[in-house]
Design a protein around this ligand. Structure first.
Ligand code: 5GP
Length: 193
């Protein structure tokens, strides 16, 4: 009988060993998300309602924690975007919408919820796009921001953490669809990519 691990078992063992070093602990994240929810509650206390628009896939865990901590009335929409490659982006907008909101947002207060702002192109594009729908207001909320990577300035109305220029995973963020469900945010070193 052949002993030793089969290919799948080997891969899953290897994966279980791939634990990226911690950049932000679960407690730090949960504490900051609670503070953000309080700031948002205060800002929109008299608004009569808020539409949270989560950008898939990376914001899905952040949005679900944030939304459950809000006390103001709100509804939730999801959108998805994709980025063009560097060559195409020279002529076209580097971002495009591939899934739109289900219900109109005209006259509503809109909060765009992102996992991370890197170059700023995605959030700047989304702010322009949703600003053109005649909402009552459009603000932005991002858990993470890498200021060293900024190519396009965009107002970050609610910001969780400023981080250095490293590739982060966990709490919704992935690398090749892995690590999204880590409870903390880890820094993925180049040798783990
Ligand atoms: P931007 O348009 O600001 O350059 O890019 C924003 C998107 O890039 C994020 O929504 C996310 O999908 C991706 N991104 C940028 N930096 C990171 C990172 O460190 N980790 C992960 N997982 N995604 C990132």
């Amino acid at each position: 009988m052949k002993l030793g691990l089969g290919r799948d078992a080997t891969l899953s063992y290897r994966r279980s060993m791939d634990v990226p070093p911690v950049l932000l602990t679960e407690d730090e994240i949960q504490g900051r998300v609670a503070e953000l929810a309080r700031e948002i509650d205060e800002t929109y206390a008299d608004a009569g309602g808020l539409v949270l628009i989560g950008v898939l896939k990376g914001s899905f865990i952040f949005l679900s924690d944030l939304a459950r901590k809000l006390t103001i009335p709100h509804r939730i929409e999801f959108i998805a975007v994709s980025s063009y490659g560097a060559k195409e982006s020279e002529t076209a907008d580097p971002v495009r919408l591939i899934m739109d909101v289900r219900h109109a947002i005209d006259d509503e207060h809109v909060l765009l919820v992102e996992d991370i702002v890197d170059t700023g192109h995605t959030l700047a594009y989304l702010k322009r796009l949703f600003g053109a729908h005649d909402p009552a207001s459009v603000k932005t909320c991002t858990l993470l921001h890498k200021p060293d990577r900024t190519e396009q300035e965009v107002d970050l109305d609610f910001l969780g953490f400023t981080i250095p220029d490293v590739w982060v995973v966990g709490y919704g963020l992935d690398y090749a669809e892995r690590y999204r469900t880590l409870p903390y945010i880890g820094e993925l070193p180049p040798e783990m990519r």
